[in-house]
Design a protein around this ligand. Structure first.
Ligand SMILES: [Zn+2]
Length: 120
């Protein structure tokens, strides 16, 4: 899936209203959808090369084409989430509640299909 940054930059999105927003790491989100809707949302993300387990928020827009702004957690080269651990406690294992996942810079990606809620 090609990066859409040549078409639109994140800065240009400020002030634009997304047509679809999902806070997929928010428990309230999963309480507001049926299991089938949740499965459809995850399948749609995977079909668009977006890993749902990494994502905490997704916004979609349609201008000349459909694209998404994806807010995701960072992973190491070995596929583990990058954690921000308290500085006084850097050698601890396992990680605890005070260790929060590091967020990567939101990125923009083209969509081959629109979210299930908006699909015809
Ligand atoms: Zn930790």
């Amino acid at each position: 899936m090609a990066e859409a940054s040549a078409v639109v930059t994140a800065r240009e999105l400020d002030g634009l209203e997304p047509e679809f927003v999902s806070d997929v790491r928010d428990d309230d989100h999963w309480h507001s959808v049926t299991p089938a809707q949740g499965d459809a949302l995850r399948a749609w993300m995977r079909a668009n090369s977006i890993e749902p387990n990494d994502v905490y928020r997704i916004e979609t827009y349609t201008m000349d084409c459909a694209f998404a702004r994806v807010f995701a957690y960072a992973r190491t080269e070995h596929g583990q989430f990058v954690l921000d651990c308290p500085p006084d406690d850097s050698e601890h294992r396992p990680h605890r509640g005070r260790c929060s996942p590091v967020k990567r810079e939101p990125y923009i990606t083209m969509l081959a299909s629109r979210p299930p809620e908006l699909a015809p």
